[in-house]
Write a protein that binds this ligand. Sequence first.
Ligand SMILES: NC(=O)c1ccc[n+]([C@@H]2O[C@H](COP(=O)([O-])OP(=O)(O)OC[C@H]3O[C@@H](n4cnc5c(N)ncnc54)[C@H](OP(=O)(O)O)[C@@H]3O)[C@@H](O)[C@H]2O)c1
Length: 271
Amino acid sequence: MKKPILITGASSGIGYELAKVCAAHGHDLILVARREEPMKALKAQLESAPPPVQVLTYRADLTCAATRQQLFDWTQTQTQGKPLYGLINNAGFGDLSEFAKADWDKIDAMLQLNIVALTHLTRLYLPGLIEQQQGRIMNVASTAAFLPGTYMAVYYASKAYVLSFTEALATELKDTGVTATTLCPGPTYSEFQDRANLGDIPWFNDSTLPTAADVATFGYSAMEKGQRTAVHGTPNKVLTFATRLLPRKQLANIIGQMQKDGLDTKITSEA
Ligand SMILES: NC(=O)c1ccc[n+]([C@@H]2O[C@H](COP(=O)([O-])OP(=O)(O)OC[C@H]3O[C@@H](n4cnc5c(N)ncnc54)[C@H](OP(=O)(O)O)[C@@H]3O)[C@@H](O)[C@H]2O)c1
């Protein structure tokens, strides 16, 4: 395969658009998610347009450790043991809820996907990248990584993990030829909002929100440059800078106020 990049969460949103951008730059692709149909349609689209690329799809629920190992073993056979060029850990989801009342199975799956799967896949694929002295890891965090996320406490904390982990990894990888980038999108149009029950929060319904394609183009460029942390868009850059100036308690209160509207609407509609 030609400079293959594996992208998790490639059946919709940012991952789907990242696949298009990577293919446009001539990378062969391994697309992973639970829904195979959208990935198969994307494979057909990408393989029938220039430049010529090979696209493989793999249906997997990445919350399962055994499935992640099977994915790794399968990719080894597909690439005849050759390491990947890139790994993009993009799959993730959030949930708006009061922590004391949150569904444990959902929280558990979120921790498994947003944190454990991302860490496990990095551990599985990274030695090959280091061995060939070139490669790219990109982990998708969020501007949430910089904030305490009242009413989405686990999601924000999971993204803080992704940021901290990837920043440290980037330093460990210095002089190896491999880089690690944390992509931090702010609110972006995708299926994320509906899955996270954020549809009633005004700033998630703003028609000026960036598209997943905007974020993917920005993310690919940051990954290729080997940038350590890439916050998408000027308002998000200002926001993440401002988080350094305010006390954490005040930030937690502000986020709580902003997200409470959506939570109240969710409770009313569930009653
Ligand atoms: N949209 C935003 O506002 C926003 C902002 C900041 C950060 N982000 C982050 O960006 C990343 C991509 O999100 P998105 O906005 O593109 O949302 P999305 O459209 O909901 O995409 C999420 C992707 O993750 C996959 N996925 C979910 N659960 C999975 C599982 N158990 N195993 C394997 N794949 C799974 C989904 O595919 P299947 O359902 O087919 O498995 C889908 O392809 C996430 O990490 C998210 O936290 C999003």
